[in-house]
Design a protein around this ligand. Structure first.
Ligand code: SF4
Length: 372
């Protein structure tokens, strides 16, 4: 039994996500998968589909390796392995905001392998400018057309409702991240990771009710977490809460993150705009940029601000192995941290559960270095 009773439904939602989604489909719902959290989930939801983030598995990627080279990130390899093993038979389609070449290539493999699925890529502009905003809006309009052609329906009113729903969820999740940075969140970062994973796999209306119960439970909780040396975790997809537990077991406390499966997915909660579609586009443009957006000069000060506001004494880069966007940003971000006197360590996730002995030894040394 988890110390927070309100955490149980989140754990269950992650553990049984496939079964729950298959149940939803048997009741007539249609589910659309996505990989990258830049994907406009509120738009998919407004068109009458349930958006869920496609998940990977641990272990070898035997079937996937017949279709993709072994040097692409384990997340994309192992999510394809899942698909080829029948994990995602409940999907009606895949709608993916363009992140990196690997994701784009894999989406094309999904398209060729599963011809009955709606498979659509949304190009994302790299610049933030009025012209880029107009281009993005036209891409979102095209996405609406694709979703409608796959059996969805669209109205501005429905999108406004979905924006409100997702905005409330993201607002609460951002507030939990903020409490964590201030050291006042009465739950571990591993649990916060599970809460985020459940968000990616669930009906948002039900999820919001669970989240509100969790917040009430946390507010009434007097337990104080064991102190640890605050650190920031920066990287791409971290689906395994066990990795975060490992970090925290070494006397460190993950006080902030810069992850696609963490803070970056939830901020900003919403954005203003003249109409709902423009609000969707503006939020995408205002996001804490992921390295795949090639906006290093904007990203570095944001990472430094996160370090400062959370009191992080060091940064742990947790990358999916071979993740080129993050590896390309790394030297500059690491250099800026070094200039600011913040130590860092780079660890790569290889698709296996936990951490290799050598990586664990390096992490233990790093923990000692920052005072744990
Ligand atoms: S950005 Fe990195 S982790 Fe994400 S899909 Fe691309 S290579 Fe994989």
């Amino acid at each position: 039994m988890h110390p927070h009773a309100a955490m149980e439904p989140f754990l269950e939602a992650v553990q049984y996500r496939r079964q729950r989604l298959e149940g939803a489909v048997s009741r007539g719902e249609k589910v659309i998968g996505y990989f990258c959290t830049y994907t406009p989930v509120e738009l998919i939801h407004a068109c009458g589909f349930l958006p869920v983030r496609i998940w990977a598995r641990t272990g070898p990627a035997e079937k996937a390796c017949a279709q993709v080279p072994g040097f692409i990130c384990p997340y994309m390899q192992l999510s394809l392995e899942n698909a080829l093993s029948g994990e995602f038979l409940f999907l009606s389609g895949v709608v993916q905001a363009y992140t990196c070449d690997v994701a784009c290539g894999c989406v094309n493999i999904w398209k060729a392998t599963f011809p009955d699925l709606l498979v659509h890529s949304i190009p994302l502009p790299y610049n933030v400018s009025p012209e880029a905003g107009a281009y993005l809006r036209s891409c979102l309009e095209e996405t609406v057309e694709k979703l409608v052609s796959a059996g969805g329906t669209y109205s501005d009113e429905a999108l406004a409702e979905s924006l409100d729903l997702y905005g409330r969820i993201r607002g609460i999740l951002s507030a939990l991240h903020e409490q964590r940075a201030q050291g006042t969140l009465a739950m571990t970062s591993a649990d916060l990771n599970v809460v985020a994973q459940a968000f990616f796999a669930m009906d948002p209306v039900h999820y919001l009710m669970m989240l509100e119960r969790l917040v009430a439970d946390l507010n009434s909780c007097r337990s104080i977490l064991a102190p640890g040396i605050p650190v920031l975790v920066s990287g791409s997809v971290v689906e395994d809460a066990g990795i975060i537990s490992l970090v925290e077991a070494l006397g460190l406390r993950v006080a902030a993150d810069d992850l696609c499966t963490g803070l970056r997915a939830f901020t900003p909660a919403s954005a203003a705009g003249q109409n709902p579609l423009e609000q969707v586009g503006n939020r995408i443009m205002k996001r804490f940029p992921c390295p795949a957006r090639s906006r290093q000069s904007q990203r570095i000060p944001l990472v430094l601000d996160l370090v400062k506001s959370s009191g992080a004494q060091g940064v742990i880069f947790l990358f999916q192995k071979f993740c080129t966007p993050h590896l390309a940003d790394y030297p500059a971000v690491c250099g800026a941290l070094k200039d600011a006197g913040i130590p860092s360590i780079l660890l790569e996730l290889d698709g296996n559960a936990g951490m290799e002995a050598q990586a664990l030894t390096r992490l233990e040394t790093f923990a000692g270095m920052v005072g744990a």
